[in-house]
Design a protein around this ligand. Structure first.
Ligand code: FAD
Length: 509
């Protein structure tokens, strides 16, 4: 019988070596299964985008002369889990072997290993041919150190892959990192670039998903769907981004606005994480645009750092710390998510905007995720595991290998500081400096106490007071603790009271 080769829903890489030559003795297997729609409650757009991308890859493969067995979510013979469908397909084809590509999620890696181990036919796991690094490359770079530093890994990656270097191996422009140029608020100009077209009409697919009984949340936007179907569309988005947005990416990377939700970000995380688009292609095109004089070095470097640096780095953290990482809760936080995480209805304008756009678009850019939603969650003491489930479900680009280290590690400091050197928290002053959210807000950004005080303020000081034992020795927090020591007992007590009143009424903020 033929060899079955399993292609998972986030392995939509049409350039994989598996697909070079059609072969009669290979059947590619793709399946839409409840196992994958139901392991967390997903945003509607995420389910649509993955199924649409899978269907498109199957179509491309069939057109290229490959044999494909595709199970749709509503097929009568779909057993709705990987093992049950594989049992059926192996018997159906009298398969002589089963191959799969290395999954990026620990959950699937374990499941396929356990499944393969009990089969009587030979099994094989191949590389997914997507990342720059192997699963353990970052761990080898840090060689047992308790604290990791992204910047050190990033320089290693720049050198190893020869990105933005001079002929003698020095960083172009004389510096490795131009982040200090990247801290501007957005004054409303230049205009936010338009959304690249075409958008798709996925209403038939969305109907099928609903009829199959798959639960979801968020706006489906099925008739005006922005996420790409395949590599060709992702490349068009990449070129659009390089031409329209990348020149301004660096300057406004940390900016937030209620008038422009994507600003100068690329929206390419879904295309990359589903493997439609290779990170090497993105980095090469951005580097070429810099050499062609189309974008400033600070923008090119800042953007490349996110992909060559952060993206590979968090993947290394994930594989180094799984299993067990998903359980970490260094501060012992146990407050459930306020219900406005599911509808965006809060009087805090920043959170209403950030949560609202997450529900509307299955996306929100990094600073909204980190300094609005994540920041609030950490200050309020929300359960990191509940927050992890929310982030994993809501974002179009959320796959556990990248979402978990970002949420639990970078944003919630729940790992006690493996990934970040200090907790990413801030009071209203930071949010006001980087956004237009505070203008017209029900809450007053300057107030610390009282009904109209911005909730971030008291929560901020209370957070550092509560956690002085574990945080006050951190050098990067010296200023905060100096300020706390200067406050008198009465103001401290008042702040504490305000913070506990706030924490008791999260649902009605
Ligand atoms: P751009 O701003 O245009 O950045 C370009 C690319 O760099 C992104 O597409 C992404 O591939 C990469 N990148 C940037 N920052 C990171 C990072 N911190 N970690 C890994 N890659 C990065 N990113 C995900 O891809 N999936 C997630 O589930 C995810 N969850 C997050 C949760 C939290 C709490 C935080 C703070 C960040 C999370 N990120 C996640 C990182 C980042 O916010 C998104 O990658 C980014 O917003 C995607 O939009 P974009 O493509 O427009 O990014």
């Amino acid at each position: 019988g033929p060899t079955l080769k399993l292609v998972l829903g986030d392995q939509l890489n049409c350039q994989h070596s598996w697909f070079r030559q059609p072969a009669v003795d290979v059947v590619f297997v793709m399946m839409e299964v409840r196992q994958e729609t139901d392991y967390v409650l997903h945003h509607a757009q995420k389910i649509i985008a993955i199924f649409a991308g899978m269907r498109d890859l199957a179509r491309q493969l069939q057109q290229g002369g490959h044999r494909v067995h595709y199970l749709r979510i509503d097929d009568a013979d779909n057993r709705q889990s990987l093992p049950a469908n594989l049992d059926y397909l192996i018997a159906h084809y009298g398969a002589s072997a089963l191959h799969w590509q290395a999954p990026d999620e620990y959950r699937l890696d374990q499941q396929l290993q356990a499944y393969g181990a009990q089969l009587t036919i030979p099994v094989q796991m191949d590389d997914s041919e997507h990342f720059y690094t192997s699963r353990d490359e970052a761990a080898r770079h840090f060689n047992g150190r308790a604290r990791w530093l992204m910047e050190s890994f990033y320089r290693h990656m720049r050198s190893r892959h020869g990105v933005l270097l001079t002929a003698s191996g020095q960083p172009l422009g004389g510096q490795w990192n131009y982040d200090h140029d990247n801290r501007e608020a957005w004054p409303g100009l230049p205009w936010e670039p338009s959304d690249p077209r075409p958008h798709h009409d996925h209403s038939a697919l969305w109907q099928t998903i609903q009829d199959a009984g798959v639960a979801s949340f968020g706006e489906p936007s099925a008739t005006d769907f922005r996420w790409p179907l395949n590599r060709a569309e992702a490349l068009a988005q990449l070129d659009h981004f390089i031409g329209e947005a990348l020149p301004h990416f660096g300057r406004f990377q940390d900016a937030m606005s209620s008038k422009a939700w994507r600003l100068f970000h690329s929206l390419l995380s879904f295309a990359m994480n589903s493997k439609m688009l290779a990170p090497q292609t993105v980095v090469a095109r951005v580097e070429a645009a810099y050499h062609a004089g189309q974008v400033p070095l600070a923008s090119a470097e800042g953007y490349i750092r996110q992909i060559l640096g952060w993206r590979e780095y968090v993947r290394g953290v994930y594989w180094h710390r799984m299993p067990g990482y998903e359980q970490l809760n260094a501060f012992g936080h146990h407050t459930p998510l306020p219900h406005w995480f599911w509808n965006g209805q809060t009087r805090m304008r920043c959170l209403s905007a950030a949560v609202g756009q997450s529900l509307a678009h299955a996306h929100s850019h990094h600073i909204n995720r980190l300094m609005v939603i994540g920041n609030f969650s950490l200050l309020a003491g929300l359960t990191p595991q509940a927050l992890h489930q929310w982030y994993l479900g809501v974002y179009i680009d959320a796959f556990e290998w990248v979402e978990l280290p970002n949420t639990l590690g970078m944003s919630q400091f729940a790992d006690g500081g493996l990934l970040a050197t200090k907790p990413y928290v801030a009071s209203a002053a930071y949010i006001d400096r980087m956004s237009d959210y505070c203008k017209g807000c029900h809450y007053q950004k300057k107030l610390r106490n009282g009904e109209r005080a911005c909730p971030y303020n008291a929560l901020y000081w209370d957070f550092f007071q509560r956690n002085a034992a574990s945080l006050s020795k951190n050098h990067r927090l010296g200023m905060v603790y100096q300020q706390l020591r200067r406050m008198d007992g009465a103001s401290l007590a008042e702040l504490q009271e305000q913070a506990s009143r706030t924490r008791a009424a999260l649902d009605s903020l």
